[in-house]
Each structure stands twice: as C-alpha cells, then as structure tokens.
Design a protein around this ligand. Sequence first.
Ligand code: UDP
Ligand code: LCN
Length: 818
Amino acid sequence: MAASLSFKRSDSIADSMPDALRQSRYQMKRCFARYVSKGKRLMKNKHLMDELEKSMDDKVEKDKLMEGFLGYIICSTQEAVVLPPLVAFAVRPNPGIWEYVKVHADDLSVEGITPSEYLKFKESLYDENWAKDDNALEIDFGALDLSTPRLTLPSSVGNGLQFVSRFMSSKLEGPDNIKPLLDYLLALNYRGEKLMINDTLDTVNKLQTALLLAEVFVSGLPRNTPFQKFEHRFQEWGLEKGWGDTAEHVKETVNSLSEVLQAPDPVNLEKFFSRVPAIFNIVIFSPHGYFGQENVLGLPDTGGQVVYILDQVRAFEEELLQRIKLMGLSIKPQILVVTRLIPDAKGTKCNQELEPIFNTNHSHILRVPFRTETGVLRQWVSRFDIYPYLERYAQDAAATIVDHMEGKPDLIIGNYSDGNLVASLVSTKLGITQGTIAHALEKTKYEDSDVNWKELDQKYHFSCQFTADMIAMNTSDFIITSTYQEIAGSKDKPGQYESHYAFTMPGLCRYATGINVFDPKFNIAAPGADQTVYFPYTQKQKRFTNFNPEIEELLYSKVENEEHVGYLTDRKKPIIFSMARLDTVKNITGLVEWYGKNKRLRDLVNLVVVAGLLDPSKSKDREEIKEINKMRSLIEKYQLTGQIRWIRAQTDRNRNSELYRCIADTKGAFVQPALYEAFGLTVIEAMNCGLPTFATNQGGPAEIIIDGVSGFHINPLNGDESSNKIAEFFEKCRDDPSYWNKVSTDGLKRIMECYTWKIYATRVLNMGSMYGFRKQLNKEEKLAKQRYLQLFYNLQFRRLSKIVPIPADAAQKHAAQQ
Ligand code: UDP
Ligand code: LCN
C-alpha cells in the first residue's frame, strides 16, 4: 500500500495523524460523526471500515482516502473505543507493534495515549467505577524489565535464541565481564561430580592457560583417540570430563570456549552451549486430560498435546543420548512426563503411578494425584475447573520428582495453562530453568473473553486461567511456540501471545503490559509427526496392511453401531476426511453443514469424520454433548445417510495413520475446518501421509500450508466459499488426475523442509542451556520480577482459584482408598 511506504516507523501515529485528518477534514468529520453517533461502544476493524465507507458517497474520493495514510491507519486499527466525543484507537501497524491514540470527533484533535489509558477507556464500556478507580489493580510486567533488551524487528520475533546469544556475547566482552561464565562452568556437575573444570581453575587466566595446553595437546593426537586415553593429562591441568568423546570433539569444544574467552561472539557461544553438559534430566508437566499412551486420544481435553509430548520425549531422549555420547560421558538421561493420576481411569492407565514410555529407554510418565483437604480427587476434571488443585499438586509433584530422579531436574517444561503454572511454581521453588509451551491460549479462542470475563467465568474460569497464563509467561525463562503466528499473528491478525500485550479484565485486573512479543524469550520450534507412523501412502511395502479389514469395516460396512453412524453408498467417490476432538472450536459440525448444503460437493465426494462420542448420554463433556446433538440433527436435516460416515474417536495411531493413507488411496483429501487452530497436528499427519489438505486459515495451519501450493486454506467463517473451494479441487482432479499428485507431493515437500522432530529437539535443548546461563547473568532482575510475581500469585491467583467449585462428591477420604 502506497501510504504505508510513506509512513516511517520513526513517525508516531499521534504525530502524523493530525496532518492527515486536516487534509481530509470534511470527510473525516462526517466519518467521526458516524463513529460517535451510536454512543458508547467498542468498534472492531470491520465496523470502522464499514462506517468509513458509508460516510462517503464519492467513489473517487473514497478510493483516494482508502489508499492514503488515514485509510492505512483505519485498516490497521484492531478496535476502537467510542466514548463521545472521543474515539480511542488501538492501532497495529505491524505484527507486535501497537500504538494508541484518542481523537476528538468535533475538532479532530489527536493525542497519543498509553496502553493503560486506552484500557481505561475500554473499561468504561463495561465497568465505569472500575475504570475511574485510581487504585484499581494494574499490573505492568514490562516495568520490571529494566535492562532486558528487546528485539525491534517484527520479522525477528520468535528468533530469541539468536538475539540472546548476540546480546550475551556483548555483555561478556572484556576481562572483567567474562567472570560469570567461569562461575557457571565451576558450578557444572553431575550428582556432585565436577564436569569440564574443577576448582583449581578459579580465574579466567588459569582457565585460558589450561585450554591452551589442552588444545596443543589434543591437536597432536589421532582424531579418534578416546578421551579416556588422555583423561589423566586433562586432570593435571584442572580439566574434567565433558569436553568430548574423542580428541577431535574435545578439540572443537576447547576451541569454541577459547574463542569465547578471547572475544565472545554469538556463533561460538551458541556452539559452546550446545556442547555444555548442563542438561541430563528433564521434567515435562502436563496435568490436565487423560495423559496416556493408549486409549486416551479423543477423550475430553485429550488431544494433540499428548501426541506432541510423547513424540517430543522420544526426540529429546535421542538427542540427549547423542549429545551425552559426544560429550564423552556415560550418564543416563532421565525424562519424566508428570501428569495427573486419575483413580477413575475409565479404562486407561491414568491410575498407574509410573509407566515407561514406549520406544524409549530412560523416559517415564509419572502420575501424581490431585489432593484436596478431604483426600484424593477420583474423577477427571475439566481443564477449565482445574485451578483449585494446582498449588498442592505442584508441592506433591516436586517432592515425587526429586525422589524419583534422586535429585533435581535440569530443565522443566510446562504445557498449557495448568502445566505452565505448575512448572512456574516448581521451577521457582527448585531454582531450575523453565520453558513453557501453550499449545493453545484460551483467550484468543473466544472473542473479547477478557472484557467479558464475568459472564464467562462461571463456565470457563478465565479469571484463573488468564492470571495463571500471565504468571507463567512472565516466570518462564523461555517460551517455545510452534509457529510465528502463535506469537505475533499475521499482517491483519494479532498473535495469541500478542493479544496478551495490553488487556483488561474490568473489575479484576488491568494488564498495562502482560507480555511483550519482542521479548527475546520467544522461540519458534515447530513439532513434527512421527515419520515411522505417518509416512506416505505410496510407500506400499511399509504400510500397515494388517489393518485393512478393520478399516474396510470402519469406512464401508453398512451397519450403524456404537462405533459409527451413517454409511457410504457410492464407494467409487473420493473421500473427504476429518478427525478431531468434538469441541465447538474444531467445527466438525460446521464441515458437516457445509457438505450438507453443497450439492456440487456431495455429488463429487463422500464425507468421513472421526470425532468424539456418538451418544450424548455417554459423554461428560458439556461442549461435546452439544456437538453430538448438533451432528445428529445435521445428518437428519440434510439427509446425509448414504454419503456420510461418522466414526467415534479413534485411539490407535498406527491404525489412524493407515486410515489417512486409505483416504489417500481414494484420491481424497483431509479437511481441517476449525474456527481456530493453534497448530494442528492432524494437518501435518495428513500431509506426511501424502493426503492433499484443506485447513483453516485461522491459526497455525495458515503457516504450515502455502495456499494453492502445499495444500489449501479455507475460511471457517465462510462455509460456501470453503466448500466450493474443495469442490473446485475435486473437479480439477477429475479433469486432470495429475493435479492431485502434484498437491500431494508438494505437501510432503513442505513437511520435510520445515516440520521434523529432529530440528525441534536440537533447538529446544540449545534453548535449555543458553537460557539457563542467561538466567545466571540476569540474577538480580530475575529475582525482582520473581518477588512481584509471587505477590501477584499469592494475592490474586490463590483467591481466584478458591472460587472454582470442587465437586462435592469428588474428594473421598484418602484413608478409604488405602
Ligand atoms: N486424534 C486421534 N483420534 C481422534 C482425534 C484426534 O488420534 O479421535 C489425534 C490426531 O491424530 C492428532 C491429535 O489427536 O494427533 C490431535 O491434535 P491436533 O493438534 O490436531 O488438535 P488438538 O486436539 O490438540 O487440539
Ligand atoms: C493443541 C492444539 O489445539 C493444537 O492446535 C496443537 O496442534 C496441539 O495442541 C499440539 O501442540
């Protein structure tokens, strides 16, 4: 857009807007008159654009204005608060960058305002007294980041590690400043046994001399000489194990440290930290849902997070073993996934305390129950109702972990709001580096859930959840995301984290700064899909053909039973397939409705969906019950029997992978129609199997797929457009069958380039050691923030979590179960 080019980042909107308003004074006065005409209200971008349009009759003038600076500002305004005669704009000219201005509708004067002032404007729409209260609770986490450097370029957001390594290099520059690195190395140990250096090397000079001797010495050895052969020489110089397994690897590590000590540079610093023996034991928290390896997927609150974590553990273990070997150590790593023990396990193993993780040698699931004053909570509890149990759970879990690991872990990673809060409590208590993963942040799933929190609280307890999210994001040393959009969205849409920058929950808390996406703690590390399971349909010799009879029954048998409803009359048609939890946001019912309405699509393809339970009386999940009923009525309304097969949630991932491949055999497609999808593992599973994929443009899939190349984007809010796009694809394939193959192959190519677990594990373990060191460098500031967070936890979170009801019949006397 021409206007955006002329708008420099250095010009603030408050500075440039008055001139622009003056130039179109007549039209703008009309436009602002329209804005304020309906009195107090919150206007979203679409309303602002509509009203602007309506305020002008002359098409040429309108186009000119839209192409100009004002058009640009209004296009970039996410929302505006109208409090006549003032209109306060929240403008987002670029991902992550926000500016707030207020404009007087009569004289068109403009004034820049702070986020806090803007939020007060917004609050007046919901709770006037709170907005006016000078002592209303305002939290500003940004105020404590006094010396934390920030990224400045939106394009660099999510590359925190690189930035931190550059920043730390400059901070370590100079003989006096390198000392913290020496202290860090002196503290390295495994169960009390020193690693890399011992206490004799207590000055940087001594360390440098030792490294010099070591480097000359190993240079003279054959490359493959094992470390054990010269261990004693190293010890004479004050050097311990951990430098490498062979002379060659030892030399590389010694060299990168020598370079860093001489003049710190980001490349060597990163390289050195990828070799530092600092991480052996990892704890991953994921309390909610049914966490298990069998028979759990599709159960309430149990989806991609479980798949992600189990695959992540395998990738971590493999990478740790490789690294430990390279370091020349014989330490056994330990990975614990700590989840909730559910006594009423519903046929799963969630009532078992300890379970080895399949295809690993050193990783376990450790289950710790939720306790209340009256005993152990027996049944599953929705993730929205989980908050009253977490503090006690964190204490119990910390003790059990230390017991099981025979010491503290080196890295703690939390998952989702509950896991991240627990990870924050435990990592603070034990003094351990913490990473957080959201999978999905609930705030962005429900529009205006912050300002409307009071209405939603009884059902969702967002007061607890958003408070927990804020505490965890700010406690954590680093944040792992799956995509860029998760952090900073796209040109038009704010990211999930970005929407926590400045927000308010009137009557509860105003976040003047919640979290800033330019904080270098943000890092993108996209997950993959297990490629031993999800491989292309073309790899015939590898296929799990033993499932063929079952899949045949699942797809095509004419019977309707507890497993499936509906049947497919015409077997020759390709199948469009979807699989998800039966949550509202997954929009499976939306897909069924689009299909039902679109005759053209119905003539071309059959529809198969795997989702939730089929009988509402069997479900305990309130959203699922609603969706089951809706599915049933849609099938009836559009008379879909004969063209649809609705299969209940499936738990065997080997069979599921074969199901994706069988759908590919029909030259079908995968459709992911979610109203919002944080990442979307099914999308990459389908693509790995070579299935052309149509996925929502709302969230992660928009980044995974390049529209029209590696698959297609669909708009979940425009069913007709989406179903026609799918129909067009199948018409095109009917006319030119090579088109289907092309989309299938290009989807696979995209996966291989960007979405594998190996890339993920390398990145995250590097984060673990680098951010672990950064934490040491930054001790005082970190401590100050911790105190603020602790206060907030104590006074706010605890109070809120007590409001969430605990089911009366839930807690049974502990003694009764013994
Ligand atoms: N899944 C499954 N059976 C089902 C529904 C889903 O095995 O009935 C699996 C699916 O293959 C994927 C995960 O659960 O691995 C869902 O992950 P996704 O990221 O798509 O969504 P989430 O449920 O995490 O929101
Ligand atoms: C949760 C979600 O909602 C999905 O979008 C993700 O793919 C999954 O977790 C794994 O991160």
